[in-house]
Design a protein around this ligand. Structure first.
Ligand SMILES: Cc1cc2nc3c(=O)[nH]c(=O)nc-3n(C[C@H](O)[C@H](O)[C@H](O)CO)c2cc1C
Ligand SMILES: Nc1c(NC[C@H](O)[C@H](O)[C@H](O)CO)[nH]c(=O)[nH]c1=O
Length: 220
């Protein structure tokens, strides 16, 4: 688990393709020394397992699925990535609970300056709409952000100067593809509500209607 409080940026040092799978070598641009083989590190919000490490870099092996679902498949040598080590029990939960399982790619549609902040609007697949709510949290490229505003296929986040300075978000431009992880609690709530959930219009299930109640013995 992670919290979406990115610890620093790293550089993609090497990309070695093995069919659809890929071995990534990543160099943190900050001090990261006490690695443990097998530990989890979120790279742009994608949970990866540390395979090997040296003083200035570590390697992780990404599956074909991971490379397809996330933007790791779009990276080129020299690209910057957000890095976060796994949450240690007892640490402050400064962001929100992030699993490191990316749900989909979102696309940056517009960026507006608002004072020193940047209002970024991104488009996401409609199937995720029920899991994204105003003032809820999302992880975008592994960064925990509050949803300012949202609709069926878009969300807007306000990126403050500190976050711009400590993450790759300063490099976003319209068209940038970003890893989106929705709030894990929203996923469970949606699943538990099952057929009664309020999905997006295109997938809406029947809901609790007077007819539904009558059919199930709640006559009135
Ligand atoms: C603890 C943990 C470790 C993971 N390690 C890897 C890994 O080494 N390589 C990989 O391709 N995917 C790994 N994944 C899955 C990966 O994060 C996932 O496929 C993408 O986030 C897309 O959903 C891991 C997931 C978790 C939760
Ligand atoms: N919730 C918002 C944040 N949170 C802080 C970032 O997650 C953090 O700065 C980053 O992970 C680097 O450590 N930042 C915002 O700009 N906007 C938010 O809504």
């Amino acid at each position: 688990m992670f919290t979406g409080i990115v610890q620093g940026v790293g550089t993609v040092a090497d990309i070695a393709r093995h069919g659809g799978e890929t071995r990534l070598t990543l160099s943190p641009r900050f001090s990261l020394t006490d690695y443990v083989r097998g530990e989890s590190i979120a790279v742009n919000g994608v949970c990866l397992t540390v395979e090997s490490f040296s003083s200035g870099a570590f390697t992780a092996y990404a599956s074909a699925e991971t490379m397809t679902v996330s933007n790791l498949g779009l990276l080129r040598p020299g690209a910057p990535v957000n890095l976060e080590r796994a949450l240690r029990l007892g640490d402050r939960l400064g962001g929100h609970l992030v699993s490191g399982h990316v749900d989909a790619l979102a696309t940056v549609r517009s960026i507006r300056q608002a004072g020193e902040s940047r209002l970024c609007r991104l488009e996401f697949p409609v199937r995720l709409a029920a899991q994204i709510i105003p003032k809820g949290s999302v992880a975008l490229d592994g960064v925990s952000l509050t949803v300012n505003d949202c609709g069926q296929d878009y969300l807007e986040v306000n990126v403050i100067p500190a976050t711009q300075g400590e993450t790759t978000i300063s490099g976003w431009t319209p068209g940038t593809r970003v890893n989106l992880e929705t709030d894990v609690i929203g996923k469970y709530v949606e699943r538990m509500l099952g057929p009664w959930g309020a999905g997006p219009d295109s997938t809406r299930r029947p809901g609790i209607t007077p007819d539904f109640l009558r059919e199930h013995g709640f006559g009135f």
